[in-house]
Design a protein around this ligand. Sequence first.
Ligand code: ATP
Ligand code: MG
Ligand code: MG
Ligand code: MG
Length: 573
Amino acid sequence: MRASRFLISTLKESPSDAVVISHQLMLRAGMIRKVASGLYNWLPLGLKVLRNVEAIVREEMDRSGAQEILMPAIQPAELWQETGRWQKYGGELLRVKDRHGRDFCVGPTHEEVITDLARNELASYKQLPMTFYQVQTKFRDETRPRFGVMRSREFIMKDAYSFHVGQESLQEEYDNIHATYCRIFDRLGLDYRPVQADTGSIGGNASHEFHVLADSGEDDIAFSSVSSYAANIEMAEALLPKPEADAPSQELAEVDTGEHKTIEEICAFLNIEAQQTLKTLMVLAADHSEEQTKLVALVVRGDHELNEIKAEKIESVLAPLTFATDAEIAALLNCNTGCIGPNIQNEHISVIIDRAASVSSDFVCGANINGKHLTGANWTRDIALSSVADIRNIQAGDPSPCGEGVIEIKRGIEVGHIFQLGKTYSAALNATVLDQNGKSAVMDMGCYGIGISRIVAAAIEQNYDDNGIIWPEALAPFTVGIVPLNAHKSKEVSELAEGLYNSLKEKGISVYLDDRDKKTSPGVKFADMELIGTPHRVVISDRGLKEGEVEYKFRKDKDSQNVKADDIEAMLL
Ligand code: ATP
Ligand code: MG
Ligand code: MG
Ligand code: MG
């Protein structure tokens, strides 16, 4: 590619709203541009990298034996009603109506559509196992889109789904895809770890996430200091011994005196920061189900471990808050997302929610509290869980759940997730085949996702320096960059540059020639080349050519080296 014919939209300064390095560098290098919250244009440079990720994922998925298909981005509500997720999925699901008033959603994932396809196309165990995958645009109306394409609303995912008769066959394919993912992330040149993950609300038997290790990651990964144990911290916490049942909630009883405590007193009592108070209380109040103990365990920790908080007790904590001023409520919310579950019969809760919703547009609350419809149904248990994600009851130095060593915690970016779904979706959609005995059998399913667009950002989080991006070769938009100096003055320089460019291009090397005219200074050309992260840089100048040499620099190295002009092409091949 010739720089004179290529959209180079580099920026000197990083825009103020970009907080993580990958977001800053993707904007500065001219890879992406924001269209609206969580929606991005991919510019030519960025798209090249995205396509490189996609190509490797496709090659390895094909190699695994999976078959590529393409499902629609828009999905009919009926399928989601059949599995019950039309009601359950919550605010991340973008629901739309067509001109006839029929309900659809923009797919955040495709279990419903693929299971519908499978129930129609698969008839016999003899056809199984079978795995399908697609590379598709997904839409999730994330509560807090952020970090550029790392957590956007529209993004590209590779999602795969496998169908089986029996758990054994599912386990085999799960292992096959696990190995495939390792090959993919190895080829992408990323430092990653597969970690045990909580199967959460989907249920099923086994789940692993693939995390790229980086400080900017939103997940905490628990490692054992001595063994290969690695688990998403939620999983590690779920395995911890449960606190003693029925421990008296004495501290809480102290508040339960009918006195109106101040917010500071409540905070001191719960041993939490003021800004976490309201969301904490909201989570305490959220969902009186079997999840409650877990939520409570997540939010109340340390000296104030309370095992179970009953609705009346929650009320006693919330009651004083009804007397808080608007400013106090706003300070408590502090842009955090509060959350509350359905069917809560508590006047204080509804008052506080009304107040919270009125002082912060960022506040999401559920429907049908005391029969009162507060918003569209935005409630999700996931929001509750994510809003307490930063409050942990497992800490570095605790004994590891694997029994060996102590816990070490590192941050990770979730780039892939594999799941044994079992029969959750196939049973709901009645996806059956005839088994060996001629009997109808509900199929077992696995599902396997990779965040294609997130990987681009995650790769940068691991590969950059003060000058810009340092692409792993497999991802680089261009492998070689050629910078001729003063080519307009020197025929030798321009001829060698053009010759090298054409010859490398013919040999299938992705090469970038900075042929911009003299209005673009050498300094700018160098800076752009470093910023966009081309792994191999060749500078051709009159001065060098006098000695028969050009200057070569590997992006990862600090210094350049002189190479005989006659040898440079062979060296780059
Ligand atoms: P997260 O925990 O980060 O919200 P998730 O667990 O909701 O991700 P999955 O449903 O497991 O995501 O989807 C498979 C993959 O899609 C994820 O591992 C991730 O790489 C990617 N992904 C999910 N949400 C987003 C998003 N908002 N933007 C970009 N990529 C995403
Ligand atoms: Mg998510
Ligand atoms: Mg996740
Ligand atoms: Mg996931």
